[in-house]
Ligand binder design. Structure first.
Ligand SMILES: [Zn+2]
Length: 322
């Protein structure tokens, strides 16, 4: 079994800044220049998989919104983004792939069951998680390291103990949700994990959060499949956020999740708005999925003193559940 990269050039045919084609195109160029040039073409799927997450009324509205947009974005692009994720899901479920990276746009994690937002229309990660459950992967963990909180994904699974949603995100920042004390509701209480971190947080704090919070909780939850909402706007120098991760950070986070939590991992592209910087981060994720370990330690980076308090506070809040 192997690592698959799902990608279709059709996703490059609209521009909705900052969601530009270069977010994917620069990565494809970079991958090819590094000998990674085997891309899987997305298959097409019935919309019943989207209906498992989104309401019929909202799906009708998405169709209307697309027609009035001046960006060239069409419903076909939104469906392609979902279908790219489902293709990875099907190949992993069939055992043809061990893990996968999905180069898709538009992103999805701000989309609720009945509303979009933040360049997101259908929630790719949520649709994928529900699809994986239908294929027999009963417990799914979603790890979201995009700089922004995945408010849509959180809401979709907030009362559901079969999908553990864990997010590390900059706070304060759009959309303003994701408080540490938001831990789920009803039977889902404890199955939402939020670790908000301040502007300026970088590699060392993220490593501590993974080592001390997310990986232990993941091991305890013991998911059958893992979805990464891989938004690389948490990388240094992104124009819309102020975090300071570097390519090796993404390599190490991916590696820990695959090795320590669940080998059946699918990383789907969310945000990331500095295409030239993001390309090496994307290769770092793929390299970790492939089991390659040749990444150097990051450059020295000074983080705010209070970044570390996020780790301590998260452990205190979550000790009630894990
Ligand atoms: Zn983002």
């Amino acid at each position: 079994m192997s690592t698959g990269i799902v990608y279709s050039p059709e996703c490059l045919t609209y521009t909705a800044p900052p969601d530009t084609p270069d977010r994917v195109f620069k990565t494809v160029e970079y991958f090819r220049s590094h000998g990674v040039d085997d891309f899987i073409t997305p298959r097409e799927y019935d919309e019943k998989y989207i209906r498992a997450v989104h309401t019929a009324g909202y799906m009708d509205r998405v169709g209307t919104v697309c027609k009035v947009m001046a960006t060239g974005l069409e419903c076909a692009h939104i469906r392609l983004s979902v279908d790219s994720c489902l293709t990875a899901g099907e190949l992993v479920a069939e055992g043809e792939l061990e893990n996968a990276f999905v180069l898709c746009r538009p992103p999805g994690h701000h989309a609720y069951a009945d509303a979009g937002g933040g360049f997101c229309y259908y929630n790719n990660a949520a649709v994928l998680a529900r699809y994986l459950q239908k294929q027999g992967f009963h417990k799914v963990m979603i790890v979201d390291w995009d700089a922004h909180h995945g408010n849509g994904t959180e809401a979709i699974f907030y009362g559901d103990p079969s999908v553990l949603y864990a997010s590390v995100h900059q706070s304060p920042l759009y959309p303003g949700t994701g408080e540490m004390t938001d831990t789920g509701s009803g039977p889902g209480e404890g199955y939402t994990v939020n670790v908000p971190v301040p502007s300026g947080t970088g590699h060392d704090t993220y490593m501590a959060i993974f080592r001390e919070v997310l990986v232990p909780i993941g091991k305890s939850f013991h998911p059958d499949a893992l979805v990464i909402s891989a938004g690389q706007d948490s990388q240094r120098d992104d124009p819309v956020a102020q975090l300071r991760l570097c390519p090796v950070s993404y390599h190490m986070m991916t590696e820990r999740l695959v090795h320590d939590v669940c080998p059946r991992t699918i990383a789907v592209l969310e945000g990331g708005y500095q295409p030239e910087n993001n390309a090496p981060a994307h290769l770092a994720i793929v390299s970790a999925l492939m089991g390659r370990t040749n990444y150097d330690t990051p450059e020295f980076n000074v983080e705010p003193d209070y970044a570390r308090t996020a780790v301590r506070q998260a452990k205190e809040v979550l000790a009630e559940y894990w």
